[in-house]
Design a protein. Structure first.
Length: 180
């Protein structure tokens, strides 16, 4: 018998804690790039919320651009393949680029992006990941700025989705998915 009950979810990180942490990360970036301009590259769509909040708290001249890659599709497991869906609008040559990611999971997406962006000769290339799930790492890759390190759970909210649902939740929640 099939049920259409939505999967259960449990709050992992409350919005107030997210706001506090985003301010701290922004302060760290402001200190590291004092007197310079930073170019934030958001990875669509998951990083949107983090990028917007971060950009408003960084006390430097900032510019933003977006890139879109496909990795998960409608499933909660990575396919192991990354492909570009939307490239950047403008050149990053000579810029202080910070790649803004929603979550670092297997590391495949970030590895792909860093390889691609390095070829475009930015002045500096750093990574700000809202969440880090180190237990799932397949490829060794590290973020320079991390919002929260979380356990090996599938999470949604604050930009993170499951099949395009739950992105606009203010808290980050663990989603209990049926096995299969
Ligand atoms: P990676 O390539 O395995 O590091 O995965 C990167 C992408 O997978 C992220 O940018 C997310 O879009 C998605 N992803 C990984 N873990 C989760 C999760 O727990 N919830 C929602 N999306 C996730």
């Amino acid at each position: 018998m099939s049920t259409n009950r939505p999967p259960k979810r449990r709050v992992l990180i409350r919005h107030a804690a997210i706001e506090r942490r985003v301010r701290e990360v922004a302060r760290q970036i402001t200190r590291d790039f004092k007197g310079q301009r930073v170019h934030l590259v958001g990875v669509l769509k998951g990083a949107c919320f983090f990028l917007v909040d971060l950009a408003r708290e960084i006390d430097l001249e900032t510019s933003i651009d977006f890139i879109a890659v496909a990795s998960y599709g409608r499933s909660s497991e990575s396919s192991g393949q990354v492909r570009m869906l939307k490239d950047l609008d403008s050149s990053i040559a000579g810029l202080n680029v910070i790649v803004v990611e929603d979550i670092l999971d297997t590391g495949l997406t970030l590895n792909y992006l860093l390889r691609l962006l390095r070829q475009r000769r930015p002045k500096t290339l750093r990574v700000a990941a809202f969440l880090d799930k180190p237990a799932r790492r397949v490829q060794p890759v590290k973020a320079d700025y991390i919002g929260f390190t979380i356990p090996n759970e599938f999470v949604v909210g604050y930009g993170l989705d499951h099949a395009e649902h739950y992105r606009s939740l203010k808290d980050v929640c663990i989603l209990r998915l049926p096995r299969g």
